[in-house]
Ligand binder design. Structure first.
Ligand code: ZN
Length: 182
């Protein structure tokens, strides 16, 4: 893919919202006031837009890829990460909760319980490392709203829950898969 009329512009270093690489480039496009710029990623060649305040679109999905995940879990985990990239924080939190509930049930928790029940289940059954207790308390506090309430979540809430989910997914799926079984 070759872009037409690309210019040399002020160099910028950023993490590409498409391919996730940290890149630096001076190739792209600008408006006549030079307030808005679009940079072309040297890695994947897709354009990222920066407004006058430096806000980047598409945004960056937090967290890291986790390998050896069952397909559904991989899909919902990555969906949660992409929600954050488009500022859909409440949707990201809901996707993470769904993910954690699913993991717990897969690890033999009783189905049909509340989100908090499953977080406690994972913690009480050794899926959370000893110094991860603070996380569990924090998530319990955050996730304790009644089911009929809509509580809007912040970027911070979403990123925290994604980190927690990533850790659990690595412990439960990725690391065990790295050890060859006899
Ligand atoms: Zn890229």
């Amino acid at each position: 893919m070759a872009w037409i009329n690309q210019s040399q512009i002020e160099s910028r270093k950023y993490r590409c919202g498409y391919c996730g690489n940290i890149v630096a480039t001076d190739k792209g496009f600008y408006d006549k006031d030079r307030a808005f710029r679009a940079y072309l990623c040297p890695h994947c060649n897709k354009p990222s837009f920066f407004d006058a305040s430096g806000n980047q679109t598409p945004g960056i999905a937090p967290g890291n890829d986790v390998s050896s995940l069952p397909k559904e879990l991989e899909t919902i985990y990555n969906e949660a990460r992409r929600c954050v990239a488009v500022n859909a924080f409440t949707a990201a939190v809901l996707a993470c909760r769904k993910l954690l509930m699913h993991i717990a049930v897969e690890q033999k928790a009783e189905p049909g319980k509340s989100f908090i029940f499953y977080v406690e289940y994972l913690a009480n059954n050794g899926y959370v490392p000893p110094n991860g207790k603070g996380w569990v308390d924090h998530i319990r506090k955050k996730g304790n709203e009644a089911t009929h309430e809509i509580v809007l979540m912040s970027a911070e809430d979403a990123v925290e829950l994604i980190s927690f989910s990533e850790m659990l997914l690595k412990f439960i799926y990725e690391f065990p898969a790295r050890v060859p079984t006899k």
